[in-house]
Design a protein around this ligand. Sequence first.
Ligand code: FAD
Length: 541
Amino acid sequence: MAINKLLLTFAICRLIVTVGLTVDPAELLRLGVDGQLSVDPSDVEIASLDFGLLSRAEPMAVLRPASAEDIARLVRAAYNSAGGFTVSARGHGHSINGQAQTSSGVVIEMSRRSGGGQLGGLGNPNPPQVSVKEMHADVWGGELWIDVLRSTLEYGLAPKSWTDYLYLSVGGTLSNAGISGQAFNHGPQISNVHELDVVTGKGEILTCSEEENSKLFHAVLGGLGQFGIITRARISLEPAPHRVRWIRVLYSSFSSFTRDQEYLISLYGNPPSQKFDYVEGFVIVDEGLINNWRSSFFSPRNPVKISSIGSNGGVLYCLEITKNYYQSTVDTIDQEVEYLLKKLNYIPSSVFTTDLPYVDFLDRVHKAELKLRSKGLWDVPHPWLNLFVPKSRIADFDKGVFKGILGNKTSGPILIYPMNRNKWDQRSSVVTPDEDVFYLVALLRSALDNGEETQTLEYLSNQNRQILRFCDDAGIKVKQYLPHYTTQQEWMDHFGDKWSQFYQKKMEFDPQRILATGQRIFMPSFLASSSPSSSGSVAPW
Ligand code: FAD
């Protein structure tokens, strides 16, 4: 313990010298947290990076909290600090652009699974508490969705709305939206939360919901970590399906593909037997592991050579749909699927079906992760671009991007699926296009150093910029999902009408602007007042 204190003092002194921080080391040492405050290089290293591997920021210390009160203590210390320092919650570090990083303060490792360093062994403060009667689970903000699923399954229950990948934290996805093929039906994850405990930027612990502290509740959902740190979320549950019929069908015509997708999501109000449970899709430009890592669907038992199907201009579109079922509905599943498929206009010979336990379907991307890891293809830079594209312009996007800018080379899966805006609560902080239906287009790219120019980080980053410029020039009003900007004007454009509210709430709940500074929306007040160019402004940095 004494050595840790010495190291902490040393690390803080180093920061004071290198980045001009004016934190009194005693401030952190006096905190007296029940968890662990670490300056061990292995912990700092983990918190310095994220999945994107595009940026690096070394925090002065890392906190593994033992409770919400530990987090509140740290935030209060930062809020009242004479010199000032920042506090960034890190879920599982799966951001792309350093959103959970900070160089001028402390990172809170919310998940026990963000491991490897000295902090690896500690458990999360509160295991999930499931209420069968109320059909909800109370979970720690740093809990990973895979662990939420495992806990609720013990009671035969499961959350309703998912992300494709489950090794993400509850607080991290709720700070964005949390989307997958169920969103058309249930809305994003932020639409399936009843209540939160939040540590605000002043260090208060507040419970919030529709009824209680509702302004904070809506601000935090999709709030990019700007208004508080989620320490508990009450997640809505449903009876967990037993199995999943998982189907893929192919299209060479983009208009048939999107017409069918839009038709399927328009069925959201139907009884469960008359709609699919999950609607996604992806663009197939090229086969190969790096392009199709998202799933191992085309298994040897179900072989398919995309090239054998033929397509115009080399681009095919794959609709991916599932139907959940229970032991009690096993007799009707074939009939229900057949009825729904009959209405679609895919290439007739291109139906690929598999059937698997519900958990295996939800956890499908993890299998692909293990495969990529074994080939050294997981820990590489990920210049991802995720966009919400309005339905009215998706065909223009197809022409300009899938059949234009991308050429016939991709470097990762390209997802495309529509969602119903009426399932998104407009009071949350998240912004979407202003149309009833909008698409997620996700370019999930991996940069490789294999001598191919089209796979390099520089090439792919340029292509991202080209895509954004194309949308701008063509007047396609896209919104970035998991947004990343570097100027305040860009953030203002991103939030549009919501900017002034977003700004006011920031001033109310995090007036010193010390939380989640890795988003680069607001400059912390202690840096703004010392920066000659900003003269106390809240501009990003
Ligand atoms: P982090 O990256 O650690 O944090 C993200 C932001 O939230 C940071 O600003 C951080 O400060 C803040 N934050 C973290 N925890 C809290 C908290 N408790 N309270 C307040 N703020 C907090 N997204 C989807 O919607 N759907 C998908 O299908 C999907 N699939 C993905 C697959 C992969 C392989 C990866 C890498 C990402 C995927 N994502 C998906 C994106 C994911 O939702 C984001 O990366 C998100 O940030 C969650 O990651 P995280 O929990 O690691 O959060």
